[in-house]
Each structure stands twice: as structure tokens, then as C-alpha cells.
Design a protein around this ligand. Structure first.
Ligand code: ADP
Ligand code: MG
Length: 425
């Protein structure tokens, strides 16, 4: 069934729209669909209740901290951004400071960035930037402790260190862990959120064991189908654009739980509709949006993909195997087994494929020559694979749809289970 969702009024009437109106609508699309830019307003933020709750509990108890980790593009930065507004509703005054880690950061450069963003009352009654005192000096964990101990009790500073994974120095990361331990042991009035791309807390922050009970570990999983719908549907309604149920499920399937792709597809779908002077997104609009989204994907992903499927021989199965990996059943950490790939691959190619027929290909996908698409985990008896970069998975699916290898039938079998009751939003 391909009927438009929602019966509410407020949808635009394409017959009365001028060229200027279409142009304005196109620009509005870019305001609500923002692939690549973290959400900064709580009204635009969808789902993630469990994670918000965990963070809220944190700041209720002083001296506690959180580590937010997960794949690229799942919404970590957005979560900590909007948390600012949620936390503001609490009684204590919050001073919210966010800095991003960089490859060459030292402990001093990192905390200098933090100190540039906070001011304190000095003895003469004037406010001063804390950083001013540290120009051309190095900063130690003891300095950090003292600065926060001097903070008035009525204000709780929340210090977010985002993109923590980018910092290349192990010892800097360890020192940050030690600092968190120090401020929590001393009961200083400060909350740290450390945010970055990682599978586990241990991957993100060295020496996290020592922080122990003082940190909440907040894993950002991929979004549920419902959450992806919550990202897309209200935004479309807001623009006055309708979407059919089929088209919405197409987006859910193609996004693979990554809000980044939901935004990318949503943007191109709405703009494609505008270009056709329509206020309806249906499956044919999605098909065009898909091609536009592919064109706009990150060039590293594109190059790695081309490397992965390249072959001199026409009769090769690199692409179908890669597609089967993208569609294969995953555990919560995105890992999958070769036997699950076999099932999907047999469906794609229309004949039975056993694991030995493509285990060479799986191994190849882990090499530099083939773009290091996959990593191989575990031991000989229990090998598992996973995509090294989350954002490549939806890309492969987009390509599979584009070239026709991924048919509607296969999509039905390996795509999301459609639930009619998810459209309350
Ligand atoms: N809860 C959410 N609701 C709506 N959009 C979201 C949400 N979380 C993330 N996004 C969008 O998804 C994309 C990736 O989010 P981001 O926070 O930058 O991810 P990460 O920091 O994990 O890489 C951005 O376009 C952002 O606007
Ligand atoms: Mg981020």
C-alpha cells in the first residue's frame, strides 16, 4: 500500500505555490535535515530516552561522570548537546563547556581549551578567564582539581570532552582518566562527560578501571526503527511534506539505524520532491534521493568501496558478498558470522553458496588493498566480522539498490519488520 501517511491539515498545496515558494521550501529542508551537524536544539532531538535518563541521574549526584561511546554517526555529540537544555531544567545552575579533542592535543592544550571557556571571580571582584592565568604554563591534574574546588557550590560545571578518540597520545588519555578519579575522590563539584567513537569504554579511555564506580558508561546503540521514524516523520510534517508508508520504510531500511543517513535521505527526498513541484515523497522520490545521497557520501567511503569490489574478472562475486555482509544479521555490536552471510548471498545470487565459496573474499575485505572494509575478530573456531566504519554499511545498501542487485524481494526478507503502530508521531 502506498498511501500518504497522516491526515492532519497543514500540508502544503502544490497548486498554489510560486517558484519563490518552492525555493524557500528547499531551503527550509536544509534547516530541519542536517546530516553531519549534531543536533543543537532539544525540539529537534528524537528518542534516546534511556541515554538521557542515565545522564540525568549522573548530574543529580555530584562528583559523578559519564563516558559516552559508540559508532560514528549514531548521535553521541547530539546527545551531549541537547543534554544541556535538559540539565538546565534542574535546580542547580549548570555551566556547560564543550571542547573537541584533536590528534596533537597534550594535557595542557586540552585543559587550556576548557579553561578558556570558564571564568571565575578573582580577589578584586572582577571575573577572569581561568585560562589567562595559564598562558605559557603547563597545566597539571592538581591545577584542574584546584580550579574546580574553588567553584561556587551553586554552579555545577559540566565539562564535555567530545571526539576523545581523536587524541593520539595514550598518556594524555590516561591523565584525563586520572583527573576524573582525582576530582571525584576529592568530591570536587564538577561533572565530566567524555565522548568518542569506540566499541567499549576500554577502547576509548585508558585507565578507566581506576575511575570505576564514579563513571556511568553510556553506550549509544544504533537507533531503533521507531527512533528513525521519529527523526523523519515529524520533520516532514513540519515542512508540510507528506510521505507514503512505503517511502518511510525505505528510509528506515536504508538508514540501518544511523540517524546520519536518515537526515541525508530525508534531505534529498524532500528536495527531490521540491524539484518535481510535489509535496509528496513516495518510493520514486526515494529512488532519486538515494542516488543523490550516494553522490554526496564521504569520499573515503566511496574510494574504499570501489577498492573493495574491484576486479579484473567480470565473473567475480566481491560486490554480492559485500552486500550480503551489509544485510547479514548482526549482534548488538554489529558483528556477524560467515554462515549468516551465506544465507543472504545465496538469496542474492539465486543459488546455494557455502562459506568456503567466499571466505577468501571476507578475508580480502579486511586488507588495505580492499579498503579495509571489515575487521576479523575472534579465533579460528569462532571468527566474526564487522564493518570497520559504520557509515559504509548503509552506503553499500544504497549502491545495491541503485544497481538493482538488491531487489524488493530480498529487501522484504532482510529489511525491517514493518509495524503499523509506529506512526503516532
Ligand atoms: N536523537 C536525534 N534526533 C534527530 N537527529 C539526530 C539525533 N541524533 C543524531 N542525529 C543526527 O544524526 C547525525 C549524526 O549525529 P552526531 O551527533 O553528529 O553523531 P556522532 O557524534 O555519534 O558521530 C547528525 O546529522 C544529527 O543531526
Ligand atoms: Mg560526534
Amino acid at each position: 500500500m502506498d498511501l500518504p501517511l497522516g491526515t492532519a491539515s497543514g500540508f502544503l498545496n502544490p497548486n498554489t505555490m510560486s517558484d519563490d515558494d518552492w525555493f524557500a521550501l528547499r531551503l527550509d529542508c536544509e534547516q530541519v535535515f542536517t546530516p553531519g551537524t549534531p543536533i543543537k536544539q532539544s525540539e529537534l532531538f528524537a528518542g534516546r530516552l534511556a541515554q538521557i535518563q542515565k545522564l540525568t541521574q549522573r548530574i543529580r549526584s555530584p562528583g559523578s561522570h559519564a563516558i559516552v561511546y559508540g559508532e560514528r554517526g549514531v548521535g553521541k555529540s547530539s546527545l551531549v548537546n541537547v543534554f544541556k537544555f535538559i540539565a538546565d531544567q534542574n535546580a542547580a545552575r549548570i555551566q556547560y563547556v564543550r571542547v573537541g579533542g584533536m590528534a596533537d592535543d597534550t594535557y595542557t592544550s586540552l585543559f587550556f581549551k576548557v579553561f578558556k571557556r570558564i571564568s571565575a571571580q578573582s580577589s578584586d571582584g572582577n571575573r577572569r578567564r581561568i585560562a589567562d592565568y595559564y598562558i605559557n604554563k603547563s597545566i597539571t591534574s592538581d591545577d584542574v582539581l584546584l580550579e574546580f574546588q574553588e567553584f561556587p557550590g551553586s554552579v555545577t560545571p559540566i565539562i564535555i570532552i567530545d571526539e576523545f578518540d581523536k587524541i593520539s597520545s595514550r598518556s594524555v588519555k590516561e591523565e584525563v582518566a586520572e583527573t576524573i578519579k582525582l576530582v571525584s575522590d576529592e568530591g570536587a563539584n564538577v561533572t565530566f562527560f567524555v565522548v568518542g567513537i569506540a566499541d567499549t569504554v576500554a577502547d576509548l579511555i585508558e585507565g578507566h578501571e581506576s575511575i570505576g564506580r564514579a563513571v556511568a558508561q553510556v553506550e549509544m546503540p544504533r537507533m531503533s526503527d521507531q527512533e528513525i521514524i521519529e527523526v523523519l516523520h515529524p520533520r516532514m510534517k513540519n515542512l508540510g511534506i507528506k510521505i507514503t508508508e512505503d517511502a518511510l520504510w525505505d528510509c528506515v531500511f536504508l538508514s540501518k539505524g544511523l540517524p546520519f543517513y536518515a537526515h541525508l535521505l530525508g534531505l534529498h527526498a524532500c528536495q527531490t520532491a521540491c524539484d518535481r513541484h510535489k509535496v509528496l515523497v513516495d518510493s520514486s522520490v526515494i529512488a532519486e534521493a538515494r542516488s543523490r545521497a550516494i553522490g554526496e557520501s564521504n569520499s573515503t567511503i566511496r574510494t574504499n568501496f570501489e577498492d573493495a569490489i574491484h576486479s579484473e574478472r567480470r565473473e567475480n562475486i566481491f560486490f554480492p558478498v559485500l552486500l550480503a555482509c551489509a544485510l547479514a544479521r548482526k549482534d548488538v555490536s554489529g558483528r556477524f558470522l560467515a554462515k549468516d552471510v551465506a544465507t543472504v548471498l545465496s538469496d542474492i545470487l539465486g543459488q546455494d553458496y557455502g562459506v568456503p565459496a567466499f571466505s577468501y573474499h571476507l578475508d580480502q575485505f579486511a586488507t588495505y588493498e580492499r579498503g579495509r572494509m571489515l575487521e576479523k575478530l575472534g579465533t579460528a573456531r569462532q571468527f566474526r566480522f564487522r564493518f570497520r566504519e559504520a557509515l559504509t554499511e548503509p552506503y553499500i545498501i544504497l549502491k545495491g539498490k541503485e544497481n538493482g542487485m538488491l531487489t524488493g524481494e530480498i529487501e522484504k526478507k532482510y529489511g525491517p519488520t514493518r509495524q503499523a503502530d509506529l506512526f503516532s508521531t
